[in-house]
Design a binder for this molecule. Structure first.
Ligand code: TRP
Length: 339
């Protein structure tokens, strides 16, 4: 244990939150999650299920509970080792809500009003523009700052929230000295960019389920989706990598390359003279075989309630230890009487 602690202290810290609001798909996996397992060698990583963020939009309680656990199981199955990463559920670590309140008092109404996600979501959910939706970014700032991370991996859409967090750090540290470490957004060099199977001109998305392959989907459904994948109406009908002229084929080739490790030249040679009809099921089969162990492992973990519970309990304990240190420091600086 001592040894683990020492190496962890030397590593830079990375933290990210994931909203348990949808099922994970092949695009998430090949584009990002696949590479996360290896990060733990270089960084001290914290990942949490941002359940507190999801309730800014109305949720069905049973679904939220199920998805939170399913997501945790899927991340573990994709290679996030709970021994090497701190995996936890946000609402289990009460320091998030506490620091969130404090940071609300150091964030201006005007700053929050400028957040594009707030503008988008309040336009989309006109009947429920609640206070939580508005102060969502200060809770996110608290999520981040409790762990003093160096890097925060986020998608483009979350960059503005990390920028706001940086402004809060500057303001807070300006008043009280060096309390928070300045975090940096980390936009990973993306893995494969996977497009929709029915819409090769736009990213694979759960909102178009016919063109989206989910990690927990049955093999026969995956195969069917690949057989129906849109290819291109060019006359040569050969498997050749040409994203501009043949986006559908190029997407299938990228997927096939990502799951088999083959180069585009090798793939072109493999299907020389065979046409799209032979190619599509092969890609489907290769994806099925890649996802099979992930699905089986996720299903196994989900059935092993005791194991899953031990993962999120340990994770919350480790997280709370770090979070509490930061929170105490903050409370002291702002003048709260020590307990
Ligand atoms: N807001 C992020 C999203 O919707 C999720 C999130 C919550 C997060 N807290 C975070 C991401 C802290 C990074 C760091 O995707």
């Amino acid at each position: 244990m001592e040894e683990v602690k020492n190496t962890a202290a030397a590593k830079k810290v990375m933290l990210s939150g994931i909203q348990p609001s949808g099922d994970l798909h092949l695009g998430n996996y090949l584009g990002a999650i696949k590479n996360w397992g290896a990060r733990a060698d270089e960084f001290d990583c914290f990942y949490f299920m941002a359940d507190m963020h999801t309730i800014t939009v109305r949720q069905t309680p049973a679904d939220l509970r199920r998805r939170t656990l399913e997501q945790l199981a899927q991340y573990i199955a994709c290679g996030l080792d709970p021994e090497k990463n701190t995996l936890f559920i946000q609402s289990h670590v009460h320091q998030h809500a506490e620091l969130g309140w404090v940071l609300n008092c150091y964030t201006q109404f005007g700053e929050l009003s400028r957040m594009t996600q707030f503008k988008d979501k309040s336009a989309k959910h006109k009947d429920n523009i609640n206070g939580g939706l508005f102060t969502y970014p200060t809770l996110m700032a608290a999520d981040i700052l409790l762990y003093q991370p160096d890097f925060v991996p986020v998608g483009e859409d979350q960059k503005q929230h990390v920028e706001l967090t940086r402004n809060i750090v500057q303001r807070f540290n300006g008043i009280y000295g060096d309390v928070f470490k300045m975090p940096e957004p980390y936009i990973p060099k993306t893995g494969a960019r996977v497009m929709g199977l029915t819409t090769p001109d736009s990213k694979m998305s759960k909102s178009i389920p016919e063109g989206c392959v989910f990690l927990l989907e049955k093999p026969e459904d995956i195969l069917r989706k690949f057989k129906r994948a849109v290819t291109d109406s060019d006359t040569e009908r050969c498997v050749r990598f040409d994203p501009a002229q043949k986006p559908g084929v190029a997407n299938l080739m990228s997927i096939y390359a990502a799951v088999t490790g083959k180069t585009f030249e090798q793939i072109e040679a493999e299907f020389d003279g065979k046409g799209y009809g032979a190619f599509k099921p092969c890609v489907g089969e290769a994806v099925v075989e890649t996802l099979r162990p992930i699905r089986e492992e996720a299903e196994r973990i989900l059935k092993d309630k005791a194991y899953l519970e031990s993962v999120y309990k340990n994770g919350a304990e480790r997280a709370a230890y770090v979070a509490e240190k930061t929170l105490r420091k903050v409370y002291k600086k702002i003048g709260f009487v020590a307990r």
